[in-house]
Design a protein around this ligand. Structure first.
Ligand code: 8IG
Length: 278
């Protein structure tokens, strides 16, 4: 059993992260009674209710009970792993626990859930998050597809001479499926900042000049690890706020929270209908 207090498997730099993920996947198979999962989802802020809509939860347990996972540090982030039986008969692994790079515990821990998902057999990784938007037409509560990313963390989950191609990282095939469900879905380039502070307006302008449309603190590192592990990636952001400096009026936090809450059933339904088609 992993815990925050005991020695963590990633504290040993000589430990093999893929071996830790393999053991974690075995533990998940035991806990869920499901040998192989087909699809994995990481549910970020705003996306939590999707797990209830995509199918029947057949097992649910704290992620911290699986090797290498940590308790969530952020209030409002759920730390549960669920196995969900989809109407199609496929099995989805729903990971409600995300370790952020800004927590400072290293990139191996950030991507452990993705590597574990791959080790359970998942071929599709759905990464969701809450994020800031650069396009003025994106009202708080707008879901958008991630078409590509710019990784500004300075880190990579890959170690050594691991030269992985990231063309079509956020698979066009999966974005097309999402747009079959909702043709109005817009897409944009996600810029992962280190965080935990939000950007300055100048940094948001920089992100725009670079070709970015969405700013956040997750997802890019996870997507790289997912591709390296051979999974197809679908990325979706819930735009909960205009990025700093985009809106002339300062954000009302209550309004942002309300927009996010109002969007939750909509985006959860959207995700459920996308997952059905995979
Ligand atoms: I919710 O404006 C959410 N997460 N980096 N910037 C960054 N992360 C975010 C933002 C934002 N909003």
């Amino acid at each position: 059993m992993a815990s925050d207090d005991a020695a963590h498997p990633f504290d040993d730099p000589a430990a093999d992260p893929f071996e830790i993920a393999r053991i974690a996947a075995e533990q998940i198979a035991e806990r869920t009674g499901v040998d192989r999962h087909d699809i994995a989802l990481t549910l970020g802020s705003g996306w939590g209710r999707a797990a209830d809509l995509i199918g029947e939860t057949t097992a649910s347990f704290p992620a911290a009970e699986v090797l290498g996972f940590s308790r969530p540090r952020v209030v409002g982030h759920v730390g549960t792993i669920r196995s969900v039986l989809l109407p199609t008969g496929k099995r989805a692994l729903v990971i409600g626990a995300r370790t952020h790079y800004y927590e400072g515990t290293g990139v191996r821990r950030v991507v452990h859930s993705v590597r574990t998902a791959a080790a359970t057999g998942a071929k599709v990784m759905i990464l969701t998050n809450g994020a800031g938007g650069l396009k003025r037409e994106w009202a708080p509560g707008t879901p958008v597809l991630i078409s590509d990313h710019i990784n500004l963390t300075g880190a990579s989950p890959l170690e050594g001479a691991t030269f992985v191609d990231l063309t079509d990282l956020y698979a066009r095939r999966l974005r097309d499926i999402a747009r079959e469900v909702d043709p109005s879905l817009d897409e944009g380039v996600y810029v992962q900042f280190h965080g935990p502070n939000y950007e300055t307006p100048a940094e948001v302008r920089m992100a725009g000049v670079m070709g970015g449309h969405i700013v956040g603190m997750s997802t890019a590192l996870e997507a790289i690890a997912a591709r390296h592990s051979g999974m197809e990636v679908l990325g979706m952001s819930l735009i909960t706020n205009p990025a700093a400096g985009i809106s002339p009026v300062p954000l009302d936090h209550e309004e942002v929270l309300a927009a996010g809450a109002a969007a939750e059933p909509v985006i959860s339904g959207l995700l459920a209908r996308v997952v059905e088609r995979l």
